[in-house]
Design a protein around this ligand. Sequence first.
Ligand SMILES: [Fe+2]
Ligand SMILES: [Fe+2]
Length: 220
Amino acid sequence: MTTLKEVQKNPTLLEFIRQAEKALKTLDYTDHGLRHSKLVAARARTLAAEMGLPKREQELASIAGFCHDLGNFLSRTYHNYLGALIFQQVFANDFSPKELAIIMQAIANHDRDEMKFVSRVSAVLVLADKSHVERSRVTIRDMVKIREDIHNKVNYAVKSSRLGINKRKKFITLSLRVDTKFLAPMEYFEIFTERMVFCRKAAKYLGYKFGLVINNFKLL
Ligand SMILES: [Fe+2]
Ligand SMILES: [Fe+2]
């Protein structure tokens, strides 16, 4: 059975992720390249493992995590759908039809309004991806430009983010350290309310509650 390690050696996939990174950099977007892909893959695997999901589901969650943003090199708006279809084209012979469907659905689902969870892999991916908010994702260095764009501003303000899970209490918590001199917590919610709703839905699908803690202050 194909593993994340094997997927990560595919030259076509790696080139597409590199091109996605390049395409979004030119738009001054936050990092959606290799670093983000690796972090989401690792976070998805850890979350799936800590929840006690079967080994193969852990592997599929990490593969979906690594590949979820590859469609950005063709279009930002439709990157989730395009990414799902490209994944199938590149890896058609490497996964069973069922596993292909699980990964494709997870990738297509990770960034859309009518988010519907059809597998635990898709829910784990949303939590791993939407929780990755932090300063190191900001690719531009010009502080004036950073302040002008709310996505860059919010990411820049977050010094660290950590996703914790309490299996016994069935609780998933996103803890952020935010530089409040740079950003008022209300500004964080301007764009991240939607993300937090996605996380809550994903957690609920997995049988968990979702909480948000900013600077040790419980907000959700
Ligand atoms: Fe995405
Ligand atoms: Fe992403």
